[in-house]
Write a new protein. Sequence first.
Length: 175
Amino acid sequence: MIRSYDGKAPRVHPTAFVSEFADVIGDVEIGEGSSVWPGAHVLADRGAITIGKHTNVQDNSIVRGDDGGVDIGDRVVIGHLVTCNARRVGDRVLLGSGSKVGGGAEISDDCLVASGSVVAGDMVVPALSLVVGSPSRIRGTVPERHLKAIAGLCDSYIEKAQRYKRQGNLESERV
């Protein structure tokens, strides 16, 4: 469902895919080629949310615009069951499945937050950081092979989203 809130309607790029089983509510902007998958909730009822180009918000994840909003960069992979209240997520970041990113946190470019990790609110994560654990700690630099894997995963979701868009929604086509 795509719904306005307090007079602010989501702005979804025509090339983006939003599942009919996802919620996108309020002051949300979704960029070119991005995707929001079934069960995901992008809720900008307390602050604006900007999702960049070619970013995917996977099944059952929540992005919530608390604390003045959320700015998510380009080519970001938000894995399944992620809760993201971050102030900023840079470009080419992977938030692993089941991770939680607290309000006010800032994740710089080219980072990997491991599955199940819990990033404390207001934590600032420098570029190329490998973030692991609950509570999370920076465990080093993201290996090149992981950066390539993130790029490949992102590419697969870009292609998958376009396939879904081409298939259309049969419910909306019934008369």
